[in-house]
Write a protein that binds this ligand. Structure first.
Ligand code: G6P
Length: 359
């Protein structure tokens, strides 16, 4: 097992570090096929994502990507809800995009089967080659992340995001919904994602130090807006899964509608705030939280956020649509260090399984 971990103390850390290569493989592995898949699905008006867990967060990011680039507003449903609610809401004009690392999650497979039965077209985005999901789907795109052993998904998430970004770009091109120059610029930025992730992996030791100061905290909040909402949810999920600390990921607009009541001195609020459409709005949310005594840990490419935060994790500047891939990495590392510092085995969190194949 030591050999398989390639010198890393845990599979999870190894897999976090494998992300630059995995993203590169996801790009190269899909370059030839993405266009024909996008062409097949371009005509569907109604698009519904189904997934669970981390894959569900990728689906949420996929929704923002399709909204911004392809001017489509898809639904995103947990497969466990979809399968009992959507029977009468889907037909031959529906495209269902199932996202699943393992290709074996019971609820996701059931959702796909329902979609097929109702005549919908099913595209699966899958990591495990030849898994059940690939056999049910009409079309499959692979994430090419390689085997993931740690129960908490890491490289399979960033590669799902990579494939979704490629798909959204290609759809926008086919539908003519975005400027070709901009799409090419996004493609070039995506090519650089492995480098940017590599750069962020360089924060590992400072994130370990940060984790030291946070390890006895009982509640964490992760906030974001727009395309950073899924990042906030995923950051909170990573923390819950392996450190067993209570965490909530929320869209910052909801702060005033409840969560603010929970903020008191020293409660960590992780604010994901890259440059973009909602940057200033998020600054106000950060100020609101800070005024209640929260400890603000900001992830941003904007140095001026030092003014409204206790800790600023400076991120490389990148188009807002590419930030999910880059910004989740420090959150994975933070959760990992908190788990280890609290004496947990991050590879095998209590009560959780790598794939939930029973209901
Ligand atoms: C389990 C795993 C998660 C994963 C989820 C969905 O809960 O622990 O890491 O995100 O299942 O799995 P899938 O294989 O369908 O992506």
């Amino acid at each position: 097992e030591m050999a398989e971990k390639a010198g890393f103390p845990h599979f999870m850390l190894k897999e976090i570090y494998e992300q630059p290569g995995a993203i590169r493989d996801a790009i190269h592995g899909n370059r030839e096929v993405i266009k024909s898949v996008a062409e097949e699905i371009a005509k569907y008006e109604k698009v519904i994502f189904v997934a669970m867990g981390t894959s569900y967060h990728a689906a949420l990011a996929g929704k923002y990507l399709l909204q911004r680039l392809a001017k489509k507003a898809p639904l995103v449903e947990e497969a466990s809800e979809f399968r009992y609610e959507f029977e009468d809401l889907i037909d031959e004009n529906t495209l269902v995009i199932a996202i699943t690392q393992s290709g074996e999650t019971a609820d996701t497979l059931a959702a796909m089967k329902l979609a097929k039965r109702k005549g919908a077209k099913v595209l699966a985005i899958v990591n495990v080659v030849g898994s059940m999901a690939t056999r049910i789907a009409d079309l499959t795109l692979y994430t090419h992340a390689g085997p993931e052993i740690g129960v908490a998904a890491t490289k399979t998430y960033t590669t799902q995001l990579t494939v979704l970004t490629m798909l959204a770009i290609e759809l926008a091109r086919i539908l003519g919904t975005a400027d070709e120059k901009y799409l090419e610029e996004l493609e070039r930025t995506l090519e650089r994602a492995p480098e940017l992730v590599e750069q962020v992996l360089g924060y590992n030791s400072s994130l370990r130090e940060l984790a030291e100061t946070l390890k006895d905290r009982k509640d964490f909040f992760y906030i974001g807006r727009g395309i950073s909402v899924p990042t906030a949810l995923e950051g909170a999920l990573k923390l819950k899964e392996i450190s067993y600390i209570h965490a909530e990921g929320i869209s910052a607009g909801e702060l005033k509608h409840g969560p603010l009541a929970l903020l008191e001195d020293g409660v960590p609020v992780i604010a994901i705030n890259p440059s973009g459409r909602v940057f200033e709005k998020m600054v106000s949310n950060m100020e609101e939280a800070r005024a209640r005594g929260a400890m603000i840990i900001a992830l941003s490419d904007r140095k001026e956020l030092e003014r409204v935060s206790d800790v600023l994790i400076e991120m490389p500047p990148v188009d807002e649509l590419l930030t999910p891939i880059i910004y989740v990495v420090p959150l994975q590392l933070l959760a990992y260090h908190l788990a280890v510092l609290r004496g947990n085995d991050p590879d095998k969190p209590r009560n959780l399984a790598k794939s939930v194949t029973v209901e």
